[in-house]
Write a protein that binds this ligand. Structure first.
Ligand code: C2E
Ligand code: CA
Ligand code: CA
Length: 640
């Protein structure tokens, strides 16, 4: 008994301890069996009608009619479809209140009807009918409505206790016994209801937890891809009703792999969990924060306009940048974000995801730690870049690359001094792709190393077959230059081909003078120690400080094509070219002018007395066989 009372007390707070979803499932259980409710309503009404007819009592007739009316109303209530409003919690509460009013009124009427029968009729059969109906109903209810125990218990008491009271009237000993039995019955049924409730609650909670578990990311505890997708669809469904906009942020942590490789995967996990925690804490329940896998996250957030979306984005950038302490280390990362806003950037999840992804790609491309909004013009450009990125993987294996060689002449244009190797890519889907387009992509995705080595080995191999006084110029990306194993690779290429190091000339662009100067300097010095030559390419375009130039061990300066192109028209260009040639002479560097297309340009270059010339006028890039024929034949065509 004491246990029962304690449990009854607990019941008062039970709903605060369960989630709204569990509560909704329990309320739903009230509506689960329409059949039992209909059968109950029909039989009780029938029996009440029989009792009223048998007794010919006005009060009982009125009672029977009321029971019939309430029964009918309740059937209508449970039959009509459950209308879901915008707030599911409120819907649950509304349903439960509706059910409770009907259930309590009905049970109260049955109890009252029993009481009236016991007090207004002496007919034993009639009394038996009324008592069994009410008690039978009460017993059924204790099980049926155990999901909402407060309703079930109230119904139990309302239906049975008036009988107990009715039996006391007149103080007949047998009826007294029955009255006590009914009270004991109520107590026993209460216990059963509470036990059933406990079992039901546990089962419901477990099933909800399992469902929730499958939709949660194990590592970070936030929503996973599956849950994200569901919630995304849901947000889009309700978007038109709310008339607002929905911002989709697609996040990709910068250099996450580096952190994993440097500090171990536990550190990587700690970083992911910390970022997820910060994001979840920053956004309220209206927003969805999910981990899509790896180091990618997505956030859905209602916004008023683009300005607000930008402010939120800036907050995300800042909170990811805050360092994460792990095992004595301070882990730092930044995040690249692509944003698409519904409905203007798309009304469907797939479209918005694709557009946010394009924006993210753009963000990553233009340096890290940045946020980009989707712009329709991005589509084409970025889509092509992405496809080329994809196609570059495996291009070498598919044999899609080949090399062309462009001769470099002495100033008299009578003798070939060297040839520059120019890489060509003919892709299976995209056809011929310019190196100006694919080299930057290969630099970004890291393939430049592998491709660059291939070029180097091939170039050395081809040059080995040329006359001994002809050297070969190979372009090196700054990324290749700073790779620590470059000297080893170069040495290996020379040894494999048997090409003397003096005949290999490596061209690097002027940007190496600007980025990571010390590493570039060390790499160039290492190459020079191998007796390999180096050329500073595209000179004059990079705004580099001339003081750096004196520190760098280049043997050659290549004057950028833009100055050569302008030679005929602009006196300034003549002056610049002259200055570079003089500067080169003073620093002990040779000068090459590239991009010579006209005789007038060549004539002007002869006046400025640079050392060598290269350009379409003198020779276009050509296949190895043609170069060989040219070199072993006349030794270059005489021009002008
Ligand atoms: P770059 O090193 O400045 O190469 C010279 C570019 O100018 C080549 O374009 C060449 O075909 C072009 N050219 C030569 N003479 C003339 C001329 O008289 N007029 C005009 N308008 N253009 C001329 P290409 O082959 O499209 O290469 C573009 C850039 O791609 C190169 O610029 C270089 O930076 C890069 N590149 C090419 N091959 C390689 C490679 O194997 N490795 C690396 N890292 N970069 C490469
Ligand atoms: Ca070059
Ligand atoms: Ca150049």
């Amino acid at each position: 008994m004491a246990r029962l009372i304690a449990r009854l007390r607990e019941l008062r707070h039970s709903d605060h301890r369960i989630t709204p979803q569990v509560r909704a499932a329990l309320v739903e259980s009230l509506y689960a069996s329409t059949q039992s409710l209909v059968i109950g309503a029909v039989t009780s009404t029938l029996i009440a009608a029989v009792v009223a007819w048998a007794t010919r009592d006005g009060w009982l007739a009125a009672g029977a009619a009321t029971i019939g009316l309430i029964g009918a109303l309740r059937i209508v209530d449970v039959m009509r479809p459950l209308a879901a409003g915008p707030d599911p919690n409120a819907t649950t509460v509304r349903h439960e209140i509706g059910y409770r009013v009907g259930a309590l009124a009905y049970s109260g009427m049955l109890g009252l009807f029993g009481f009236l029968t016991l007090t207004r009729s002496d007919d034993g059969v009639v009394q038996l009918l009324a008592v069994t109906t009410a008690i039978g109903y009460a017993a059924g209810i204790a099980g049926r409505n155990a999901g909402r125990p407060r309703i079930a218990l109230a119904q139990l008491c309302l239906a049975s206790l008036p009988l107990s009271a009715g039996l006391l009237v007149g103080f007949e000993p047998l009826k007294l016994v029955l009255s006590v039995v009914i009270v004991l019955f109520v107590v026993a049924m209460m216990d059963i209801t509470l036990q059933t409730y406990a079992a039901l609650l546990k089962a419901t909670i477990v099933s909800h937890e399992n469902a929730a578990q499958a939709r949660r990311d194990d590592l970070t505890g936030i929503a996973n891809r599956t849950a994200f997708r569901e919630q995304f669809e849901e947000c889009l469904r309700t978007l038109p009703d709310r008339g607002g906009k929905l911002a989709l942020y697609w996040l990709d942590l910068d250099r996450f792999k580096e952190i994993n490789d440097t500090f171990g995967h536990l550190a990587g996990n700690a970083l992911l969990a910390a970022v997820a925690g910060r994001l979840r804490a920053h956004f309220d329940r209206d927003s969805v924060v999910a981990r899509l896998g790896g180091d990618e996250f997505a956030i859905l957030c209602p916004v008023g306009d683009r300005q607000e979306a930008a402010t939120i984005g800036a907050a995300i950038l800042a909170l990811v940048r805050r360092p994460v302490a792990h095992d004595g280390h301070s882990l730092r990362t930044s995040v690249s974000i692509g944003v698409a806003i519904g409905p203007e950037n798309g009304r469907e999840a797939d479209t918005l995801l694709k557009n946010a992804d394009l924006a993210l790609y753009r963000a990553k491309e233009s340096g890290r730690g940045q946020l980009y909004f989707y712009e329709p013009v991005m589509d084409e450009k970025i889509e092509r870049r992405r496809q080329l990125d994809y196609e570059l993987h495996g291009a070498l294996e598919r044999g899609e690359f080949h090399l062309l060689f462009q001769p470099i002449f002495d100033l008299a244009a009578t003798r070939v001094l060297s040839c520059e190797v120019l890489l060509r890519w003919t892709n299976r889907h995209h056809g011929v792709v310019s190196p100006a387009e694919f080299i930057p992509i290969a630099e970004d995705n890291g393939l430049i190393d592998t491709i660059g080595h291939w070029v180097l080995y091939q170039a050395c191999d081809v040059a080995r077959g040329w006359p001994a006084d002809i050297s070969i110029a190979v372009n090196l990306s700054p990324i290749q230059l700073r790779a620590t194993r470059l000297p080893t690779v170069v040495l290996d290429a020379l040894n494999t081909s048997g090409l003397p190091p003096e005949r290999l000339n490596l061209e690097v662009t002027e940007t190496v003078l600007l980025e990571d100067v010390e590493a570039s300097l060390a790499a160039l010095e290492a190459l020079n120690r191998l007796r390999v030559r180096t050329t500073l390419d595209d000179f004059g375009t990079g705004y580099s400080s001339l003081s750096y130039l004196t520190r760098f061990p280049f043997q050659t300066l290549k004057i950028d094509r833009s100055f050569v192109t302008d030679l005929e028209r602009s006196p300034a260009s003549i002056a610049i070219v002259q200055t570079i040639v003089d500067l080169g002479a003073q620093l002990g560097m040779r000068t090459i002018a590239e991009g010579v297309e006209t005789q007038a340009q060549l004539d002007q270059l002869r006046r400025t007395r640079c050392d060598a010339v290269q350009g379409y006028l003198l020779g276009r890039p050509m296949p190895a066989a043609m170069v060989s024929a040219m070199l072993t034949g006349t030794g270059g065509e005489a021009i002008g």
